[in-house]
Design a protein around this ligand. Structure first.
Ligand code: LLP
Length: 432
């Protein structure tokens, strides 16, 4: 469920028309619904109510200060993957003690910063990393809380670029090696082995890969708990959302439809996993990103030109792959809706950006309502891995971001001034 729907012919975010916001703040524009973010967080949190747990929002999916501040206020913890993300969380009023620090390449300075801030855990991904954390902790005279990430070698049935839990991936430590790693790590005096972590991939839309992974690690985690006194198991993130058709999926009727009934919900996720996990008596951590932020955001863009050439109808819009890279990078589908609905036949169209690359498209040959110059279009389900993956390619400014709450709207990131893009660049002295 989400809070983007048509009222009459106007697409609304909560109680505000998207058109009014596009006119007020300009395009390309990311729009977030506070109500959707809140509802999604609470849905997950409540699904796990039967066990001691912590939901750690994956900051990488959407790191806007207002998004983080909202979630911190709801009691969320955070899954972070860099010192920068930890600084963001702290700036947004989040509690470092509720932060799990993941990632395969933590630097000495990042480890030191996180230790000084008192993070909940380091999710370690290799033995050299455990040794480095131990060394830094010894220097600071601290004990570092760690969990080791196990790679359970299960197939998550998702896009190859977002599968992480098989032996083809750089993530985690192979299942068979884990006990040896814990045995050696237990001898490192400045580490406290607090948990076991895993994450098998992203945009997973069925419960079975999660269940398979949990069943596989259960005996292991039981033994590790006995030997090393683990306190928690982290299941990672990965709960998928509906991209197609995103608008329909916002309605209660859609969730009752055949497609809706098949969709993985937090309730189904919890119903499949909690009975397996409860007997462990461990605290459960999860690290959802997309599930919370994905459906809560859209990217609004304006048609600059309509161009018919060869056999194609191109809608050239003012957003591009630098604003939302998912279609180019993962062949991802984002539903595209007119911000003002008109009647009439559908036209097969390619929605493309101004960037000089053939890969700069949002859809190809998709039947869409006829659109003309100046019309606004909405790219749905763009709240996760949207703005955060934006770049300045082609010296294009980062888009503005707006948060909506009921009938209020606030600019939560101003459009980047063009000159900021090359701030910090200098002419070499011999060129001056
Ligand atoms: N935990 C770990 C260790 C992760 O690597 C990730 C995502 C998450 C949690 C959060 O996963 P989520 O709940 O959002 O699925 N840019 C790609 C997705 C990359 C995911 C990276 N890791 C996309 O746009 O589809």
């Amino acid at each position: 469920m989400h809070d983007f729907r048509y009222v009459g012919n106007k697409l609304c975010c909560e109680k505000v028309t998207v058109e009014a916001l596009a006119k007020r703040f300009g395009t390309p524009l990311y729009l977030y619904s506070q109500h959707t973010l809140t509802a999604r967080f609470q849905e997950l949190d409540q699904a796990l109510a039967g066990v001691e747990h912590l939901v750690c929002f994956a900051v990488k999916s959407n790191s806007n200060q207002s998004v983080l501040r909202l979630l911190a206020g709801l009691g969320s913890g955070f899954d972070i993957v860099s010192g920068g993300e930890l600084q963001r969380v702290i700036a947004a009023g989040g509690d470092p003690r509720r932060c799990a620090f993941a990632g395969v390449g933590k630097s000495e300075s990042e480890i030191e910063f996180a230790l000084r801030q008192g993070v909940h855990t380091f999710n370690a991904e290799s033995e050299p990393e455990l040794e480095r954390i131990n060394r830094v902790a010894a220097r600071l005279k601290k004990i570092a809380p760690v969990a080791v990430r196990v790679n359970p070698d299960v197939e998550a049935h998702t896009h190859k670029k977002i599968t992480t839990g098989t032996y083809e991936n750089k993530f985690g430590i192979a299942f068979e090696q884990i006990e040896g790693v814990y045995a050696r790590a237990s001898k490192l005096k400045h580490l406290r082995l607090r948990g076991l972590q895993m994450h098998i991939g992203s945009q997973i839309t069925e419960a079975s890969p999660f269940e398979q992974a949990v069943r596989k690690v259960l005996p292991l985690v039981t033994r590790l708990k006995e030997k090393h006194g683990l306190e928690f198991i982290s299941l990672g993130g990965g709960l998928g959302i509906v991209y197609e058709p995103a608008l329909a999926s916002g309605s209660a009727a859609w969730w009752k439809s055949a497609q809706g009934k098949r969709m993985l919900t937090p309730q189904k996720y919890a119903a499949r996993l909690l009975p397996l996990l409860k007997p462990l008596g461990l605290r459960i951590l999860i690290e959802p990103g997309r599930f919370i932020s994905g459906s809560a955001g859209i990217l609004v863009t304006r048609v600059e030109y309509v161009k018919r050439t060869g056999r194609k109808n191109f809608l050239i819009v003012d957003a591009a792959m630098n604003d939302l890279i998912r279609p180019a990078f993962y062949e991802a589908y984002h539903e595209i809706l007119p911000v003002t609905r008109k009647s009439g036949a559908l036209v097969r169209s390619d929605v493309v950006g101004p960037i000089c690359e053939s890969g700069d498209f949002f859809c190809q040959d998709r039947p869409l309502p006829k659109a003309g110059q100046g019309d606004y279009l909405a790219l749905m389900s763009a709240g996760a891995y949207g703005f955060v993956m934006a770049s300045n390619y082609n010296t294009r400014a980062l888009a503005a971001e707006v948060m909506v709450n009921g009938n209020q709207a606030a600019l939560v990131r101003e459009r980047q001034p063009i000159q900021d893009i090359w701030r910090g660049e200098k002419a070499a002295p011999w060129l001056r």
